[in-house]
Design a protein around this ligand. Structure first.
Ligand code: AMP
Ligand code: MG
Length: 403
């Protein structure tokens, strides 16, 4: 059975339901997706305050003041930031005031200290301010009752800042789906240990776990499961409880010892060929056992694994998290070289961009074991299934990987 990319995307997306909200303290909110609009409970500023260190005045009393014609007024009081009881400004007086301190009633402007002699008993003011100058008005930034962060926003520093500024200590965010990343292969050993002939370092596990976390999920890593069906099912059974998705790599193609395929066939997981390259052999479904846990089986070749994650799993996780844009940013670029491409398969090739010329060119080649090329790539370049020849200068669809 051959599936289109869109058909398999829909199957995978249906396996990861929309995540419920949970409340987290601000310190844990960075990178999380806001679950509900944040409404300001207070206005910002919440009281009229000074925008400068200087003197609060009645502007009308300084008409005509200037560099050579200072107006001298008695300093009635000092108003540092944080002073809560502030007397009204008596006519014919001024108050020394600091940035962020409440304006005294009756004052309507601030003369910056730089335009005065800085006096503490009496002050010579060498400037005639317009009414309202250097005064921060109530609600200038935010009006109480208004939405300050929209649901679906990924919370970064500035959003955490505004939440704190309106007095919130915690925020409702989407629960992060828990993904068990399970890599199979009797040839795999842990990085940092010596290799025997025929063995390779396991790389899909850490790569996919990082991809899960980047997409907003929580990754649990189960590595070095040998190509043995019994052991595979036992190890999976020990760890699958409570996870939202099991993501396997390897063991799903056409050879012998295809442990994932052998273990899951006839148990609710469907194995298909998707019309794409890399990443043709795919599987997805809900296991009849283990509580019907959702399963996505990625191919083992590292580039196939990671590209399949990009195409199928990342958008599904992000949609479940309520991201307004689950997909990577897509742009059109000009191909900087000539390409040929097999018929009948949508290719996702690894590219680097020349931002000045607006061109994209291939890094490495389409082979699905060239992991170093993927690690250098800035984008995936999509070649439609029916296209077999792309002239230099063709317009191509590009998925930006760092967006
Ligand atoms: P498989 O789909 O299991 O036949 O694997 C295809 C190719 O990908 C083989 O060359 C495997 O050695 C390699 N491979 C599979 N799983 C991993 C992994 N977790 N890390 C690195 N390479 C892998
Ligand atoms: Mg294998």
């Amino acid at each position: 059975m051959i599936r289109t990319v869109e058909q398999h995307r829909a199957v995978v997306a249906a396996l990861v339901p929309a995540q419920p909200a949970e409340v987290v303290p601000l310190a844990q909110a960075r990178g999380r997706v806001l679950a509900e609009d944040v409404v300001a409970g207070v206005s910002l500023p919440s009281f009229e305050n000074s925008a400068m260190d200087g003197y609060a005045v009645r502007a009308a009393e300084l008409a005509g003041a200037g560099e050579d014609a200072p107006v001298v007024l008695p300093v009635a009081t000092d108003i540092p930031a944080g002073r809560t009881e502030v007397p009204a400004l008596a006519p014919g007086t001024t108050a020394r005031i600091m940035t962020g301190a409440p304006m005294p009633a009756g004052a309507d402007a601030v003369v910056p200290v730089e335009l005065t002699d800085g006096g503490t008993e009496r002050v010579a003011l060498r400037h005639a301010p317009e009414p309202g100058v250097h005064v921060r008005r109530i609600g200038e930034d935010v009006l109480a009752g208004r939405v300050v962060i929209d649901a679906g926003t990924v919370l970064q520093a500035a959003q955490i800042g505004i939440a704190a500024a309106v007095g919130l200590a915690e925020l409702p965010v989407r629960r992060r789906p828990v993904v068990l990343v399970l890599s199979t292969g009797s040839e795999l050993v842990a990085p940092g240990t010596p290799l025997q002939p025929g063995q390779i370092y396991e790389s899909n596990g850490p790569m996919l776990a990082a991809a899960v976390e980047e997409a907003g999920g929580v990754a649990e890593l189960l590595r070095f499961v040998p190509d043995d069906v019994e052991e595979f099912l036992t190890r999976l059974g020990e760890r699958a409880k409570g996870v939202d998705l099991v993501l396997t790599s390897g063991g799903v193609s056409m050879g012998a010892y295809e442990v994932v395929k052998d273990a899951f066939t006839g148990r609710g997981v469907e194995f298909v060929k998707v019309g794409m390259q890399p990443g043709g052999p795919q599987g997805a479904g809900r296991l009849d056992e283990l509580g019907g846990v959702a399963v996505v089986t990625l191919p083992g070749n590292p580039v196939s694994s990671q590209v399949s994650f990009e195409v199928f799993v990342r958008p599904a996780l992000r949609a479940a998290l309520g991201h307004p844009h689950p997909e990577r940013p897509v742009v059109t670029a000009t191909l900087g070289e000539r390409w040929t491409s097999p018929a009948g398969r949508r290719q996702f090739r690894r590219g680097v961009l020349d931002a000045v010329r607006g061109t994209v060119s291939e890094v490495g080649n389409p082979a699905s074991h060239l992991l170093a090329a993927l690690a250098r790539a800035e984008c995936l370049v999509v070649v439609p299934a029916e296209v077999t020849d792309l002239a230099e200068g063709s317009a191509v669809e590009v998925w930006l990987l760092d967006g």
